[in-house]
Design a protein around this ligand. Structure first.
Ligand code: 7TS
Length: 413
């Protein structure tokens, strides 16, 4: 495990604090990550020097703000290897990006008899928008099952082959599960979908900041992610879409900035991406996300992914020694992303998280916006520890020590 990573902790000011008299051990990175000084400074610098509206002013500040915003778009295209900056739409986050595709593409293109395929491990953000648009259009939503009583077997790829009929118009799936830590074979699923003429929507919320992403190599049609889950500010996110698709999609929201001509009776739209960015965009946070991408790539995303996967594997093995624990997702030794979800037989996840907080350990307890999956697994909730580049093996020690204290307290140890 690389010691370089503990040197990075000083880049993240928020980590330098105590909670409950203990040094903060932040293990809730799947919910949101912390921001390095470089990102905080980039946002502050924007407000201190360049703050202005974009695409509509001819004065110096407006031009600087526009340049910063469009440079962030070009940087984002490079970050995921999109062929063209025009394929990058800025949104408020993954949720908004999925809804944009549901209402901008699916609503116009689905009809009764068509099928949208999701997986049983989707976050609500990549499930509920498809439920809504299927209700609107009469299309049917089906799910690729997850294998194993602890969901340890990943997606049922044989079931996928059977489900992939010509009726399927879209396959919407998560690249990395926020609850299980499963890494789905994204390129393989995209290739299979394409073979029956279906489009693909990949939820990259848990992958974009954790591994090199190449949307062209993946072969997806749409890819969505959130800045705040990869060291960037909240309120900024991305929808990547292939240009020929975006240019034929309806706008989701109307307003300033997205039109070429407006008459009293009707209007015409700009091409993508402006067509999908009605109103004043989140310029400062796009600039902040640019800095986050530079920061992550200066460390190296493959190194980051490997580091957090090693921490998660360590946590999985150490936690599996605890009495009455049930661990979800890939088994020890199998590929796993940087998070671990678990449940104790006799202690509710909300108690676990509350008690861990007294030890300065920040975890998440609940259904993690995966209610149907929890229901399938027969669990009300789990406790989740999720890692990022600034976490260390000592953080895993603190997690396990805290869990032992809790089990002893509840007489379950
Ligand atoms: N998709 C996945 C896989 C996610 O993990 C999340 C957020 C989202 C979509 C939604 O992202 P947003 O930025 O639009 O909110 N996941 C979590 C989580 O695991 N705990 O809190 C939020």
């Amino acid at each position: 495990m690389s010691s370089d990573f503990s040197n990075l902790r000083v880049d993240f000011p928020v980590l330098d604090q105590h909670v409950g008299g203990h040094p903060l051990v932040y293990l809730d990175n799947a919910a949101t990550t912390h921001k390095p000084r470089a990102v905080i400074d980039a946002v502050a610098r924007f407000y201190e020097r360049d703050n202005s509206n974009v695409h509509r002013g001819l004065h110096a500040l407006s031009m600087r703000a526009t340049d910063g915003y469009e440079a962030a778009r070009a940087r984002t295209a490079r970050f995921i290897n999109a062929a063209d900056s025009a394929e990058i739409v800025f949104t408020s986050g993954t949720t908004a990006s999925v809804n944009l595709v549901a209402q901008g593409w699916a609503r116009d293109n689905l009809k009764s008899g068509d099928v949208v395929l999701c997986t049983e491990m989707e976050h609500h953000s990549n499930m509920v928008p498809w439920q809504i648009v299927c209700q609107q259009t009469g299309a049917t939503l089906k799910y690729i099952p997850v294998l194993g009583e602890d969901a340890e077997g990943g997606l049922d790829m044989e079931a996928l082959d059977q489900l992939l009929t010509e009726q399927v118009k879209l396959v919407a799936f998560t690249h990395i599960s926020n609850t299980l830590g499963t890494i789905n074979p994204a390129a393989e699923i995209c290739a299979k979908a394409r073979a029956v003429g279906a489009l693909t929507m990949v939820d990259g919320a848990q992958s974009a900041g954790h591994e090199d992403v190449d949307v062209q190599a993946m072969g997806c049609d749409f890819y969505a992610f959130s800045g705040h889950k990869m060291a960037a500010p909240t309120g900024i996110g991305v929808l990547y879409g292939r240009r020929e698709l975006l240019d034929h999609m309806s706008p989701w929201q109307g307003g300033g900035g997205m039109i070429s001509v407006v008459r009293y009776d009707a209007s015409e739209w700009k091409p993508a991406p402006e067509r999908f960015e009605a109103g004043t965009p989140n310029v400062a946070d796009a600039v902040g996300m640019h800095a986050a991408m530079d920061y992550l790539d200066s460390v190296g995303r493959p190194k980051i992914g490997q580091h957090e996967a090693e921490l998660a594997a360590l946590a999985y093995d150490r936690l599996s020694e605890l009495p009455g624990i049930r661990l979800l997702g890939p088994r020890s030794g199998e590929p796993r992303a940087g998070l671990v979800s678990f449940a104790f037989a006799d202690v509710h996840a909300h108690d676990v998280v509350t008690f861990a907080d007294q030890d300065g350990v920040a975890l998440r307890g609940g259904h993690h916006c995966n209610q149907p999956l929890m229901h399938k697994l027969g669990l009300p909730s789990t406790t989740r520890a999720s890692f990022y580049l600034y976490n260390t093996p000592e953080d895993v020690d603190a997690l396990v020590t805290s869990m032992r204290r809790i089990l002893n307290f509840f007489g379950a140890g």
